[in-house]
Design a protein around this ligand. Structure first.
Ligand code: SF4
Length: 78
């Protein structure tokens, strides 16, 4: 999990996501539910404040499908 907020990017694996919407409850400013009830992540690269970051990390932990990944864009996900 990246430590640099400014370089972090959130990604939801649509193949794993079952639309439980726990992530949306925890971080509604980042996650959204599409029409087919699969959560998607809004593009908020480099604009997260600490509160949003904490909410996203809570969503990662809460996702029952482990569908949420946090990528470090400065290393291209490595
Ligand atoms: S909590 Fe996980 S499974 Fe549920 S909508 Fe969010 S990403 Fe999808």
């Amino acid at each position: 999990m990246p430590e640099d907020i400014s370089a972090a990017r959130v990604q939801v694996d649509a193949g794993l996501c079952e639309g439980h919407a726990l992530c949306i409850q925890l971080a509604p400013e980042v996650f959204d539910l599409s029409d087919d009830e699969v959560a998607g992540a809004a593009p908020v690269d480099g604009q997260w404040d600490q509160g949003t970051w904490d909410n996203v990390k809570s969503a990662v932990d809460a996702c029952p499908r482990q569908a949420i990944s946090l990528l470090n864009t400065s290393t291209k996900g490595q």
